[in-house]
Design a protein around this ligand. Structure first.
Ligand code: SAM
Length: 292
């Protein structure tokens, strides 16, 4: 009787690292596809993350995995799994509380005061790089709580992220206790339902009805109608000057004249928004007419 010989899968041992040349190659590939810069100090981190991909794909070494990845289109599930390993998805509801205070107490009341006719009751918000959707859901909660007669408005909150896994998670609108830690008690009971057998919270239909999620790379233009407000937070910190410029150019294009951009504290986009009006260190208004 003959046994088929099964080739053993050789996975680099735990101490093996990418070479400097491989680090550069992976760094260039990641940069070209996402705009994210991997610094040379991330060699160990990248090696550890890559090792997990080798284990899951059965590919034997870093070099072969690089060649495999390089040939795959951006929408291949393996790219998504790889990006999942190298990107940070940290997010939670009501992150940067003072921005939500502004959104609820200043922005929404001013919108309500300005919208005199039913046709003007339209609101388009884009949560760019939304990860698991916490920012978009927070916006929906504030609208439901603070925009008078919000159900008479046409509201669309679009959440996008490069990670398909993150988008799929966002679509479930289910959040754990950690993500929910800053949600006011009254909002929890009004806008979420606690699962019977797990410590997770499901956003209610009044919230999810406002939300749409889809995959999108910020290096590409967003093909959507003009937006009233864009959140661009905690993503450009991983980008270099060139890709920041590209992203900001794509984002500014989709903001309507007079519309607003909310940034993270460390986004570093001030120089790129010199023709915008700086309302707060984290808040920019697009002029009614701009050179762009
Ligand atoms: C730290 S999370 C930020 C989530 C949320 N904006 C916040 O501030 O809480 C960064 C997200 O940026 C996404 N990201 C990284 N590069 C991207 C790109 N080129 N296009 C779109 N999203 C990207 C990652 O997948 C990740 O989910």
């Amino acid at each position: 009787m003959q046994f088929e010989t099964v080739k053993p899968i050789v996975v680099p041992n735990a101490l093996e690292q990418v070479t400097d040349e491989q680090l550069t190659k992976f760094g260039t590939l990641i940069y070209q596809r996402t705009g994210i810069r991997i610094s040379p100090q991330k060699k160990t981190l990248l090696s550890n993350r890559l090792r997990r991909r080798l284990r899951d794909t059965g590919i034997k070494d870093f070099g072969e995995y690089y060649e495999y990845l390089r040939r795959l289109p951006n929408n291949d599930p393996e790219w998504d799994a790889f990006l999942q390993e190298i990107t940070t998805h940290e997010t939670y509801l009501f992150r940067d509380e003072k921005q939500w205070e502004w959104f609820s107490r200043e922005y929404l009341p001013s919108l309500a005061a300005e919208a005199r006719t039913p046709q003007q009751r339209t609101l388009r918000i884009w949560s760019a790089a939304c990860s698991t959707g916490d920012e978009a859901v927070t916006a929906a909660c504030c609208i439901a709580a603070c925009l008078p007669n919000f159900n008479q408005w046409r509201i669309r909150i679009l959440g996008t992220d490069i990670g398909l896994g993150a988008i799929e998670q966002a679509r479930t609108a289910v959040f754990g206790e950690r993500a929910m830690r800053l949600v006011p008690e009254s909002y929890r009971t009004r806008f979420f339902q606690k699962a019977k057998d797990a410590n997770v919270w499901q956003a209610r239909p009044v919230i999810t009805a406002m939300l749409t999620f889809r995959q999108h790379n910020l290096l590409d233009r967003l093909r959507e109608p003009a937006q009233d407000l864009v959140f661009l937070k905690n993503v450009l910190i991983y980008f270099d000057a060139d890709s920041k410029r590209r992203v900001v150019s794509n984002v500014r294009e989709v903001i309507r004249p007079g519309g607003l951009l909310v940034c993270g504290a460390a986004e570093g986009v001030g120089e790129l928004l010199r023709d915008f009006i700086r309302v707060q260190p984290w808040l920019y208004r697009k002029p009614q007419t701009t050179a762009h």
